[in-house]
Design a binder for this molecule. Structure first.
Ligand code: SF4
Length: 478
């Protein structure tokens, strides 16, 4: 046997320092578990393909939730079942990355059943390692979608029945019914012969992605001695005697020869954008700065807009995002759909940024536009210190509680009434915001109105409202 057979792959950490507890050399998996076996096969493939510096793992919820303890690669741990969706986004943003998804049967087949189907159907250029041990291991041995008929679990103490729980799902066969996947194979993590086949499947799946050919998945039947309540040696035999008759081993799809290799593109992701959002310093210690198109204090705003349904809250957000986009910014608009019929509440999140936007969610706002009292009281607490607070003083008769924000009182509803319609109070507020911050050119915003106001005959009134709001700020030196 060659001397280097037992050398640890370099894509593993030498010591698992991220792991809690004193033992930094062994994994957290139970003795005899299959996760460690396939981790090794994947790590060796990463080494051999020379892709460690561009590999990003997407980890699930389940026994392998701590996969990031072990791999010295990019690691993202995501919400239960959502790994294929997150991996799709990462893969599209980082077009030179190798994105490896790792999921168990509960995460992939149950909670994330829809995610894997649609990612596979889209033919995302990602590689999925699906660890099937027919049980929920981490949470104590509940029935999984792949649990066999008759198998006793904590949630099927008398054994699974097709009549009550349905039949075990053959995930690889299910995905093979779709057009999107390029390579699908089921393997078993048992003896040397099967491990060798698993090794080849792991490599082929990763290579499919490296060559830009599309979606690949390896389903690995893996021992879970703890969940099955048998010893590690028996568990390997159990895979062949019990699991394999239902989950046939072998290749279910291989279109790799039919698809032309599409070498991965150079990344189109703007590096500074990620640095900015993650607040990462470069090699010289400098951190990315926000854009300076507007006054530095108002640039790259995270805006929350809130009020009653019927006040045009969502439209105000759309209008800001649309005008921001036309002005060359990156923008996002995230509406919150509650019961926002007239009298209900509505809010939306808007980002206007010079850098790529990592998340459209505005958890802490730089700007709050509050059009009614409940909105002020609810969202004022989530403003950053020094943030701008615009509120409709016609309807909000209480004072803001925060003393560390900059408060702009606009009698927007009153002003809108004065020019003919309460419904344009949102445009009064938008005019005030633009005038105060200079984030957008007022005349351009007025000129672009047909792109965000559909009711053409109301455009003159809306334009008038915008000017009114802007004038109010300048005339009162707000
Ligand atoms: S419960 Fe099963 S799958 Fe989870 S670590 Fe233990 S043996 Fe592995």
């Amino acid at each position: 046997m060659p001397k280097d057979s037992f050398v640890k792959a370099t894509s593993f950490y030498v010591d698992f320092d991220r792991k809690t507890g004193p033992d930094k050399l062994s994994t957290h998996y139970c003795p005899g578990c299959g996760h460690g076996n396939i981790h090794k096969l994947i790590a060796e493939a990463i080494d051999d393909f020379g892709i460690q510096d561009r590999t990003i793992f997407v980890w699930p919820v389940g026994c392998s939730v701590f996969g990031y303890y072990y791999y010295k690669c990019g690691n993202v741990q995501v919400a239960h079942g959502r790994a294929p969706a997150v991996a799709s986004a990462i893969r599209r943003a980082h077009t030179d990355a190798i994105v490896l998804v790792y999921q168990g049967d509960g995460d992939l087949g149950a909670i994330g059943g829809n995610e894997i189907v649609h990612a596979a159907n889209r033919g995302e250029n990602i590689t999925v390692f699906f660890i099937n041990n027919a049980i929920y291991g981490m949470t104590g041995g509940q029935m999984a979608p792949t649990t066999l008929i008759g198998m006793k679990t904590t949630t099927t103490p008398y054994g699974r029945t097709a009549a009550n729980e349905g039949s075990p799902i053959r995930i690889a066969e299910l995905l093979a019914a779709l057009e999107g996947p390029v390579y699908l194979e089921r393997v078993a993590l048992t003896d040397a012969k099967h491990m060798n086949r698993a090794r080849n499947a792991v490599r082929k799946a990763i290579q499919t992605q490296i060559q830009g050919k599309g979606f690949s998945l390896v389903e690995a039947l893996a021992p879970c001695p703890t969940g099955w309540k048998i010893n590690p040696v028996e568990s390997r035999g159990w895979i062949h005697s019990e699991l394999e008759p239902h989950f046939k081993l072998g290749v279910l799809r291989d279109k790799t020869d039919q698809i032309e290799a599409r070498p991965l593109e150079a990344a189109r992701f703007v590096g500074t954008g990620l640095d900015l959002h993650l607040d990462i310093a470069d090699d010289t210690g400098q951190k990315a700065r926000r854009g300076t198109l507007a006054d530095a204090g108002y640039a790259d705003p995270r805006i929350k807009i809130a009020g009653f349904g019927g006040q045009g809250i969502l439209l105000l957000g759309v209008a800001l995002a649309e005008c921001g986009m036309q002005a060359g910014y990156k923008v996002s608009w995230l509406p919150s759909y509650g019961p926002e019929m007239r009298g209900g509440t509505a809010n939306c999140h808007v980002r206007i940024s010079e850098a790529e936007i990592g998340s459209p969610l505005v958890a802490q706002s730089d700007v709050l536009i509050a059009m009614n009292r409940p909105s002020l009281e609810k969202f004022e607490q989530n403003m950053r210190p020094g943030a701008l607070l615009f509120y409709d003083s016609s309807l909000i008769l209480v004072s803001p509680q925060r003393s560390d924000t900059r408060i702009i009182k606009i009698p927007a509803t009153e002003m809108a009434d004065a020019i003919g319609s309460t419904r344009v109070a949102n445009m009064v507020m938008m005019g005030a915001y633009i005038q105060k911050t200079g984030i957008l050119d007022l005349e351009s915003v007025i000129g672009a109105m047909p792109s965000y106001i559909k009711a053409r005959k109301t455009i003159p009134l809306n334009q008038q409202a915008l000017r009114k709001g802007a004038s109010f700020v300048s005339e009162n030196a707000l």
